[in-house]
Design a protein around this ligand. Structure first.
Ligand SMILES: [Zn+2]
Length: 285
């Protein structure tokens, strides 16, 4: 009989390679999701903790023998559910708004209370904070305006010239509908679009500091001109020149009946998923 893969195999099968000396790219979910491990002389920074399968720490400790500092790009289930494998995790103050996406029933297929540190310490990171990994590798924290979600942080590594952007600028498309699973979390489509543009302009304003823009889904890296194209997309929505596609062309998201309320909005090389209703409110205005 054919055996179905276990949940741990689906959500907790990791691969990794050293993309640059001391910088590991970690993959899971058949390569569609990324995490990152940055080694300094004294410490190593793990960016994101996956779905909570419970086996990430062991995997990462095979890659580095440095003490780990752990952070979340944002508080979504595929980035933060594994936090309970670690004693302490750094995150945005907006984490609580997005927390139901991780903690509401059925959000993740694992019992997160069974992880070794379910009551792990949350360290709130602020814009301009730094994480010193030793040997001159100092990681800067950027607080990001809510676009993809309410809890995004970017991490700038000036030494190795990399910027980590979570899900705010994905390869393939960026998800811009409300995904907090929290009816009390604020959501305004226009504000989200304005923030998407503003965040992109901040990235472009610091463009001399990095070569790679590293997202967390569907591959990497992004070029700076790809990030710039999101500025054009927002402008094109307001100008009424962006293309609205009814078909998402994304089988996984289309499995959700709520996907019928969504559309793909495209301009040039980039696109977003958003509620049709929210796009219509601002399209051509
Ligand atoms: Zn996300």
């Amino acid at each position: 009989m054919e055996q179905q893969p276990s949940l741990e195999q689906i959500f907790g099968s990791y691969t990794a390679w050293e993309a640059k000396e001391g910088t590991w790219f970690l993959n899971f979910m058949n390569g569609s999701e990324n995490m990152y491990l940055l080694e300094g002389a004294d410490r190593a920074l793990l960016i994101d903790t996956g779905y909570g399968a419970g086996n990430l720490r062991k995997f990462v400790e095979k890659l580095t023998d440095k003490p780990l500092v752990v952070v979340n790009t944002h508080f979504h289930p595929d980035h933060a559910a594994g936090n309970g494998e670690f004693e302490e995790v750094g995150m945005s103050g907006g984490w609580s708004l997005d927390a139901p996406s991780v903690t509401s029933s059925g959000a993740v297929p694992f019992d997160l209370t069974k992880l070794p540190c379910p009551g792990y310490k949350k360290v709130i990171l602020k814009d301009g904070d730094t994480i010193d990994l030793g040997g001159g590798r100092v990681i800067e924290v950027w607080e990001v305006k809510p676009a993809h979600c309410n809890s995004s942080l970017f991490f700038l590594d000036r030494k190795e010239r990399m910027l980590f952007t979570g899900d705010e600028y994905e390869c393939q498309q960026t998800i811009m509908f409300d995904n907090s699973n929290n009816p009390d979390a604020p959501y305004d489509g226009k504000e989200r679009l304005d923030n998407l543009k503003e965040n992109a302009l901040r990235i472009l304003g610091e463009a001399d500091a990095f070569d790679w823009v590293l997202p967390n889904h569907n591959g990497y890296p992004l070029t700076k001109s790809y990030v710039e194209a999101y500025v054009g997309l927002v402008d094109a929505i307001y100008a009424g020149t962006a293309v609205i596609e009814e078909k998402l062309n994304h089988p996984y998201i289309e499995m959700d009946p709520k996907a019928r309320e969504l559309c793909r909005v495209r301009f040039g090389r980039v696109s977003i998923f958003m509620k049709k209703e929210e796009v219509q409110k601002v399209y051509g205005k």
